[in-house]
Design a protein around this ligand. Sequence first.
Ligand code: AMP
Length: 130
Amino acid sequence: MASIFTKIVSGEIPSYKIAEDENYFAFLDINPNAKGHTLVIPKREENKLFDLSKEEYDGLMSFSYRVAKAIEKTIPCKRVGMSVIGLEVPHVHVHLIPLNAMSDIQFIEKVKLSKEEFVELAEGISSNFE
Ligand code: AMP
């Protein structure tokens, strides 16, 4: 069965898209740790990060680098943190999180955003993606 993230790539499930290319896709996390919390995935469904081929892993990291640069340009923060967990959704995803405090990377406190705020964040980050 297709993962929830494969359904996002196909458009079957909506998302606040940041960027995509042939192989990778970036969108806002729906239950963010902080404003601008973004997920970057390979379009090809794979469960665990280190089961990706070296080439696909490198491609995912390169794409994530570009997304992180766009986040930094858009969201005031001390730095962008990166984490890979995957215990909830078995489709590789890189968490890119604007950090101002250690708690922002701890997946404990969540930020509630309106649809308008999600749209504004996605458009802002997307416009800075190079
Ligand atoms: P984990 O698998 O533990 O790395 O966490 C999965 C992440 O995916 C969580 O931060 C969720 O908020 C996020 N998530 C789950 N479903 C969606 C969705 N439909 N759109 C955006 N983010 C999602």
